[in-house]
Design a protein around this ligand. Sequence first.
Ligand code: PAZ
Length: 357
Amino acid sequence: MEYFAANPKPGDLDRHSTLARTFIEQHVENKRRVALVTSGGTTVPLENQTVRFIDNFSAGTRGATSAEYFLENGYAVIFLHRQFSLLPYSRHYSHSTNCFLDYMTGTEDGPVVVQNDYQQQMANVLRRYRKAKKENTLLLLPFVTVNEYLWNLRELAMLMHPLGANALFYLAAAVSDFFVPAERMVEHKIQSGEEFAQPNGDVPTEEEQRGRKPAAHMDGKSLVIDLDPVPKFLKLLVDGWAPQAMIISFKLETDPSLLASKAKGALKKYAHHLVIGNLLNTRKWEVVFVTADGGEKWIRVPANRRAKSVTGRTDDGRSGTKDRTEPAMEIESLIVPEVASLHSHMIEHGDPRYLNG
Ligand code: PAZ
């Protein structure tokens, strides 16, 4: 595909590929199902030597939480995640207080131990984490940019071929729809002061000489950004990179009246197995499963299990601290078994897309 000829291969792709190959071989051998869970937001760098970039809100809660439930359901998980976003197991402690040391107690000279209040919960998380380590069922692979995400996704999909229908793609990452292609990326930090601003008019810049206008440039005092659409990778995944796997994508909207129709539209366009629709403001309590047969099924956390007040960071997991509400029941504990059961059905009875004519 043209995209991969025109945009550079990430420096750590070969290392990721080696790790993933060994991981997948092990699970092909023991016939375990493998879920590729994507998680967190992709960045869109504006400069090659990147100072400025465009980002999005995703903290990776959906992906990290789902990964744990996939492991509980017997899957091995390749966790393709935004670097420094939430991770399975550590998520319970990394973003919920100002510092993990808040969970500890002890004198200055030690010993330092986990506070009584957290002993039970931490022992439980530790047991599950150790099991995943012992059985080598969790592989963590980071990305930062949308370009890294796409290269990794393609590479992993191809490596997962030997798994056949035992492979599952659970695409929860918030992937940018727009990006700066390599050929339109400026090399250096965009200068905001007019004195050093790169010319955008009479004198052609290096990028303009190479053929296309730079995607980001100063126009007087304004920064003008002109992005290209990201290629429709889901189509490539479904038709070419992973034709035998079960593929589940997420659709995020903010307008409730659009959610179901957009989810149905995506399913029709890409012809994969399931779209899970969610709204920005209610995504922790309810999602809708949209299937190819036109089915629409809402999954909801019961009202009395929805909210408990905790003090911690804001929803993006990065910016400051404040009181917030969090679900007492994690909706992923309902989503993942449902997905696993659809996957079992496909493995046992064949791909529903190719049945009944
Ligand atoms: O990472 P998070 O838990 O804060 O958010 C999860 C989510 C809303 C990004 C995910 O559920 C989702 O909808 N991902 C796909 C987004 C999209 O491309 O439409």
